[in-house]
Design a protein around this ligand. Structure first.
Ligand code: MEV
Length: 427
């Protein structure tokens, strides 16, 4: 496969980098301007309460992603050094295996209605199921637009909880197709709308009416197959590196202490895309970790395996990430935030399911980068190089001086602000 059309972007000075990206993504002058400080103070003030300013984060792009045969440039908002370089590197490794293949479920969210004071959970459940059509109609009354687009309330399911600290309760799950919206408002409105009917039908008392962030009906899946030759390094055979990566994954699969860190690495990438596109990263985080524990024990979100040829030789490292990803591309900050709008343009204006699939590919690549580094040289060397830049900046270095001072700090193995100040003074 050819190299990414934006390969080497990181080597360009910042203004040229922006110009090159803007040209590639077809950004207008306004969209290009929105990449930096796109949100005005007035806009910020109308988004949340008690605004006193705006909080800026670096906005970067990851390159080398081929997703379902298409070149994709991934905007990422994140403060941690190494993440963008690492994910771009891992995406490059996957290109020789065709990049990422993705798919996703229908965008079904779950609205939960908690029903108490029921003499018999089974009887109440039967009454609700018998009135399914009526309940769905009531749930859909408030959102004719989403229904016209093929979305809206689709089904109900029941979840009896006979033994809670507050006694027995029945939970009604309203399955709601959100189409391209993240859908929190639509689902909550629908859950609230059916509550009186639920009480009437069951004779019970409704307490909570709220969506679930364990969106296991709204998942995205990415997979990739890296030919082992891509993994060879420092005289190490690619198959041996693949095996160490597999062992690193097996550790996370078996141990929640390791899985938490392993999954944090996955979320490094996913959250950064969520932020850049104005999506609710807390919702995604909540869903990810609940899903990782869905079988009663917290485990890895990714699955890595070794593919062998007929002679038993390892040929490919194969990875899959499937997880809940409730993201929207209409409404909310995705549309209200000018930088998020520009980032959506860079991504090629994906629909919500496509965006979720891209995020799954990013999570998988981020995980590959982390476990490859951890199973090899470790992550500190690369981290320290980037950390040295931050130290040089903090010490007052400017322009080209930043890299010069950072290189010197690394060469001396003394990455401290005091030493950076001395070096700046000596220049
Ligand atoms: C650091 O932000 C993320 C890692 O710790 C992830 C991992 O350990 O897999 C490198």
């Amino acid at each position: 496969m050819n190299p990414s059309p934006l390969a080497g972007l990181y080597k360009l000075p910042l203004p040229e980098r922006v110009a090159r990206l803007a040209e590639w993504a077809g950004l207008s002058a306004d969209e290009r301007a929105a990449l930096d400080a796109g949100l005005s103070l007035e806009q910020a003030d109308s988004m949340i309460e008690n605004v006193v300013g705006r909080f800026a984060l670096p906005l970067s792009v990851a390159t080398n992603f081929v997703i379902n045969g298409r070149e994709v440039v991934i905007p990422m908002a994140v403060e941690e050094p190494s993440i963008v370089a690492a994910v771009s590197f891992a995406a490059r490794l996957t290109r020789a295996g065709g990049g990422f293949v993705t798919r996703s479920s229908e965008p079904l969210m779950i609205g939960q209605v908690q029903i108490l004071d029921l003499p018999d959970l089974d009887t109440a459940g039967e009454k609700l199921l018998a009135a399914k059509a009526k309940l769905l109609a009531a749930a859909n009354e408030h959102h004719p637009t989403i229904q016209k687009l093929g979305g809206g309330a689709k089904d109900i399911e029941l979840r009896p909880l006979p033994n809670t600290p507050a006694g027995p309760m029945l939970i009604l799950h309203l399955l709601y197709d959100c189409r391209d919206a993240m859908g929190a408002n639509a689902v909550n409105t629908a859950a609230e709308a059916i509550a009186p009917l639920v009480e009437q039908l069951t004779g019970g008392r409704v307490n909570l009416r709220i969506l679930s962030n364990l969106t296991d009906r709204r998942t995205a899946r990415a997979e990739c197959s890296v030919p082992v030759a891509q993994l060879a390094r420092n005289g190490l055979d690619g198959a041996d590196v693949a095996r160490s990566i597999f062992e690193a994954w097996a550790f996370a699969a078996a141990d929640p202490y390791r899985a938490a860190t392993h999954n944090k690495g996955i979320m490094n990438g996913i959250d950064a895309v969520a932020l850049a596109t104005g999506n609710d990263w807390r919702a995604i985080e909540a869903g990810a970790h609940a899903y990782a524990a869905r079988e009663g024990r917290y485990t890895s979100l990714t699955d890595w395996s070794l593919r062998k040829d007929d002679a038993g030789q390892i040929t490919h490292l194969h990875g899959v990430l499937e997880m809940p990803l409730s993201v929207g591309t209409v409404g909310g900050a995705t549309v209200a935030h000018p930088t998020a709008r520009a980032c959506m343009k860079i991504l090629g204006q994906p629909h919500a399911r496509q965006l979720a699939e891209m995020m799954a590919a990013v999570g998988l690549a981020q995980n590959l980068a982390a476990i490859r580094a951890l199973a090899g040289e470790g992550i500190q060397r690369g981290h320290m190089r980037l950390h040295a830049r931050q130290v040089a900046l903090a010490a007052g270095a400017q322009g080209a001086q930043v890299q010069r001072i950072a290189d010197q700090l690394v060469a001396e193995g003394n990455i401290r602000t005091g030493r950076a100040r001395e070096l700046i003074g000596n220049e």
